[in-house]
Design a protein around this ligand. Sequence first.
Ligand code: ADP
Length: 339
Amino acid sequence: MFKEARIKLTAWYLVIIMAISLSFSCAIYAGVDRELVRMDNMRKDRQSRIETIENILLQKGFPPPKDNFVKNKEMIKEARVRIITSLGIINLSILFLSGVGGYFLAGLTLDPIQKMVKEQKEFIGNASHELRTPITSLKTEIEVALRDKNMNLKSARELLKSNLEDVEGIQELSNYLLKLNHFDNFDNKIEILVINLGKIVSDVVDTYVPIALQKNIKITKKIQDININGNEESVKEITSILIDNAIKYSGKSKKIEVSTKKDGSLLVRDFGIGIKEKDLPHIFDRFYRADSSRSKENVEGFGLGLSIAKSIAEKINAKISVQSKEGKESTFVVEFPKV
Ligand code: ADP
């Protein structure tokens, strides 16, 4: 599909360039031809005057003067042919060069679109895959239950509980997808205001303290009051994603540190499973989950949290990065633009 589009685009480039080149050539030829006609008229004029003088000289017994230029009628014709040939060669060269250049430029133009289509295909594939698992489980469980004529209330409740978990999974995924779509949409401008980073982060931490405590994890705050250029909802969203992950991937560790600094940065540090070096460049990719979180620790997730955090950060001109030592700790840093 893209090869065909590339050839079509090259053809359009060629049509435009050749239309311009040919119009210029016609204009040049018309101008030069006008000059040649003027010169030809001058020549004819001069020749008729010379012929009159020649006749007079001949009548008086003098030899006629030699004037090859004036007599050479072929010169104008030759000049015309030479101009047409030169313009033809120039146009052919332009056709060849613009063909090669156009094909190259068409490739460059289509490259980002091709990448976007590829990413979108992958995204749809991944999203469908993630949806298929809970939907298949729901369907199978319900089918089996319907076939069981002696199902008692206890089993029915267990079934409903399991169904609810699957539905919650689907709901969570659809929420993630909606968020991704919202933050990836170029038309959705986020209002940037002067906001108090310390206060917002502190409030988010407070909402996570009880959740962390359920896992016996203590969240320590080191908050410095600092104003940044940002958006409250966006900062809350990023902070929540990072703290949520810190809790999920804490492993046996029981402490998390959340701090804001005077330079307008937010740090979320945990001392849990850490991230392998080979995974570090990919964890912000959509649907990427490191093997350790998929299998060994068996932590629930879709691999979308960090990609959403990154999309939000880009929207508010913030930069998100990570430093980690496998099996020891991870620190996520978000640098917000200072006021
Ligand atoms: P999810 O947590 O749903 O898998 P994320 O996009 O939030 O998706 O994270 C992507 C991957 O990055 C996770 O699967 C995990 O492997 C890794 N990761 C993220 N945060 C941490 C962390 N604090 N400690 C260790 N690994 C992490």
